[in-house]
Ligand binder design. Structure first.
Ligand code: DGT
Ligand code: CA
Ligand code: CA
Length: 573
């Protein structure tokens, strides 16, 4: 079985982490990071490319040496450099990376300054109040670490949905070739499109389970078989993700799919409805005595329970059962509803593609517009634009729009919000833009009330229409900053502003709960990709998944609107 891109990317990231912990040359580290990101996002399988004899050094920014390493990983072979580094760096040190606020650079400093090489030593140093002796560890991070350690940090992490998807797709393709297999589907939190999954749950319909089981447990990516019976098995894959597989007869496939899709709370509510009607519901079907009333499809199962079919994203026992009973399920937003993307970067700041390439790709997706939102100058990590360069970009976009037909590039910026809530760029240039997206990229540690005021102040600027990634969390890396998101939402409505649901698979802020909160407050959102390359425009679907989990309809999302309507919405009160 081919190695999936996500595996290669995570190995390259691991390599970069280990090099950074060792204090290696920053350029070298950055090259691996860039390669990891590129491979992770590539829509094609690198393993397939290698198998087809295609040269990887044709990929942007990948030289001969890196191409060789990627090819090695793509063939499923071990990387000697990685093995060597793994031996050199104590495992206690790498475990520290799992803590919020601790990247490889800080881990390196903790080790160098205080000799910390394990979670225990870190906990001891935190207790003794020694952490602020370490450069780069401020009181905010120290508090965050204490909190994390108290909450039992260092536990195994959940896998991001986008990564899980890269693992599921080839596994399902492989299983489909099993003799006697009639249907196969990934269920569980994966099908509910949760932002992360604990494990994968696969449901199969087959005449007999034997052949499917044999094929499943001999999948090349399986590291360990944890459990195996005639109709069920659990394995651990090489990347540590566990997979449960269940085989049922075809007549039960809908019932099994429903049961293993969950959530558990939703299942319990369904079963109660069955009980109230004198029926029995389990993974084989809906029964009256021993007579099966439904089970082949989910639709007939829900119907027999007096419910409309509930989209998997809503199955959390959060009101969807009543809505399904009363014909009140929302018509959820879909990827096809999206008409544009309001947050994308280009080579002018830290993106990889030109405005033209971004526009062409967006138009090919069927969009009518994109907003180019390169970073403003003061941004700490990217080469941001100052007012002068932004003015030149405005002219460039005017010329670009003359060349395009049926598509409009909006002039925009992702402007930094400074500590006290003012913006990095002057009003005069902001006034020339179609859209000003403001964002926090620094001072994550402010107290909640101060952080909330900071964002409200940014929206006081009448040019601002949108706050990007409003909580700043990075899944598995960095918690949200302390902010009263409901207050920000109410403040946005009062000012005629909007918040962004950022579709990057490691951001996805706002969360599903935030989306529902916004809907309750009457705030519309944008769903935007924050694309740093044209291919990242395809990340939109992860944002849409999250929005669906938050009960949002197309009308709740501003970039489902054609451009003239969007322009009206963006006009500040
Ligand atoms: P995860 O894996 O933590 O991301 O979340 P899920 O929802 O995929 O949970 P998982 O893998 O433990 O179980 C898959 C589904 O199986 C779950 O969503 C509902 C069903 N299920 C599991 N255990 C129970 C149970 O004790 N009672 C009921 N009614 N359903 C269960
Ligand atoms: Ca699961
Ligand atoms: Ca499971």
């Amino acid at each position: 079985m081919p190695v999936v891109n996500a595996d290669i990317a995570s190995q390259l990231d691991k390599l970069a982490d280990l090099l950074e912990i060792e204090g290696a040359n920053p350029f070298r580290i950055r090259a691996y990071r860039r390669a990891a990101r590129l491979v992770g996002e590539l829509p094609r399988s690198v393993a397939d490319m290698v198998a087809a004899g295609e040269g990887l050094d044709a990929l942007p920014g990948i030289g001969e040496d890196l191409a060789g390493k990627i090819a090695t990983l793509a063939r499923g072979a071990r990387l000697p450099l990685l093995d060597e580094l793994t031996r050199e760096v104590p495992s206690g040190i790498t475990a520290l990376l799992a803590l919020p606020g601790l990247g490889p650079k800080r881990v390196h400093l903790l080790h160098e300054t205080l000799g910390i090489d394990s979670l225990d030593k870190l906990a001891a140093a935190a207790k003794a109040g020694k952490l602020h002796d370490v450069p780069g560890i401020g009181p905010g991070i120290e508090a965050q670490l204490r909190r994390a350690l108290a909450q039992g940090a260092g536990q195994p992490q959940r896998t991001r949905l986008a990564t899980a998807e890269q693992i599921v797709a080839p596994l399902l393709r492989y299983l489909r070739q099993a003799r006697g297999l009639q249907r196969v589907e990934a269920a569980g939190s994966f099908r509910r499109r949760r932002e992360t999954v604990g494990d994968l749950d696969i449901v199969v319909a087959a005449g007999s389970g034997q052949e499917v089981m044999r094929r499943f447990t001999s999948y090349e990516d399986v590291a360990d078989i944890l459990e195996q019976g005639p109709t069920r098995a659990t394995v651990r894959l090489r990347n540590d993700l566990q997979v449960d597989l269940r085989v049922v007869p075809e007549d039960s496939f809908g019932a099994a799919l429903c049961y293993f899709t969950g959530s558990k709370a939703h299942n319990i509510a369904l079963r109660q409805i069955a009980i109230d009607r004198g029926l029995k519901l389990n993974e084989y079907g809906l029964f009256k005595g021993s007579r099966r009333l439904a089970g082949r499809t989910e639709t007939e199962l829900y119907q027999r329970l007096g419910l409309n079919l509930v989209p998997p994203e809503l199955r959390e026992d959060q009101g969807e059962i009543d809505a399904a009973r009363n014909g009140k399920l929302p018509h959820l937003v879909t990827v096809d509803d999206m008409r544009g993307d309001l947050h994308v970067h280009t080579t002018a700041s830290d993106g990889r593609d030109s405005p033209l390439t971004m526009a062409q790709r967006a138009q090919a997706k069927g969009y009518g517009y994109i907003a180019i939102t390169d970073h403003s100058r003061r941004m700490t990590v990217a080469h941001g634009l100052d007012a002068q360069r932004l003015a030149r970009q405005i002219d460039e976009i005017d010329r670009l729009n003359d060349r395009l037909s049926g598509f409009v590039v909006l002039k925009a910026t992702e402007v930094d919000i400074l500590e006290e809530g003012s913006l990095v760029l002057p009003d005069q240039i902001l006034g020339r833009l179609d859209l000003v997206v403001a964002a926090i990229h620094s001072h994550f540690d402010l107290p909640q009330a101060v952080q909330t005021q900071r964002v409200l102040r940014a929206m006081d600027n009448r040019h601002v229409s949108m706050i990007a990634h409003p909580t700043g969390r990075l899944i598995n890396q960095r918690p949200a900053y302390a902010i009263d998101i409901a207050a920000v939402m109410r403040g946005a409505v009062a000012r005629g502003c909007y918040l962004e649901l950022n579709a990057q698979p490691d951001r996805l802020d706002l969360t599903d709960i935030h989306c529902r909160l916004a809907k309750g407050i009457g705030l519309k959102l944008s769903i935007s990709t924050d694309a740093h390359a044209a291919m990242e425009l395809d990340l939109m679907r992860f944002g849409v998944d999250q929005a669906r989990r938050g009960w949002l309809r197309a009308e709740d999302v501003i970039n489902t609107r054609p451009l003239p309507e969007l322009r009206t919405l963006l006009r500040r009160r």
